[in-house]
Write a protein that binds this ligand. Structure first.
Ligand code: SF4
Ligand code: F3S
Length: 106
């Protein structure tokens, strides 16, 4: 499965949603997650994210290891998002900033 990691937080560009051929993405206030039970490993979303937030589970950087379980857990309760929308208003300011995990709104 593919996993959304920290760099999505406070950006939420949603380009990933547009290319996903199945219903994988679930939306929180300032982050998206992938439902591992829906992902078919097509790889398309990873290349589409402008901030490189998505990785295959086998290539997850060690510092983002916890995001695999986080995606699976949040996908169970967050609502499905099936169409792209505007990014968060200050996405540009938050792109590529380190240490965004503490800003995740659950
Ligand atoms: Fe959807 Fe493909 Fe990304 Fe999985 S890898 S979330 S199927 S776009
Ligand atoms: Fe997030 Fe990148 Fe998708 S910022 S919403 S994972 S395009």
């Amino acid at each position: 499965t593919y996993v959304v990691t920290e760099n999505c937080i406070r950006c939420k560009y949603t380009d990933c949603v547009e290319v996903c051929p199945v219903d994988c993405f679930h939306e929180g206030e300032n982050f998206l997650v992938i439902d591992p039970e829906e992902c078919i490993d097509c790889t398309l979303c990873a290349a589409e994210c402008p901030v490189g937030a998505i990785f295959g589970e086998d290539e997850l950087p060690p510092e983002y290891a916890g995001y695999k379980a986080l995606n699976a857990e949040l996908a169970k309760t967050w609502p499905l998002i099936s169409a792209a929308k505007a990014p968060l208003p200050d996405a540009g300011e938050w792109a590529d900033r380190p240490g965004k995990r503490e800003h995740l709104v659950l």
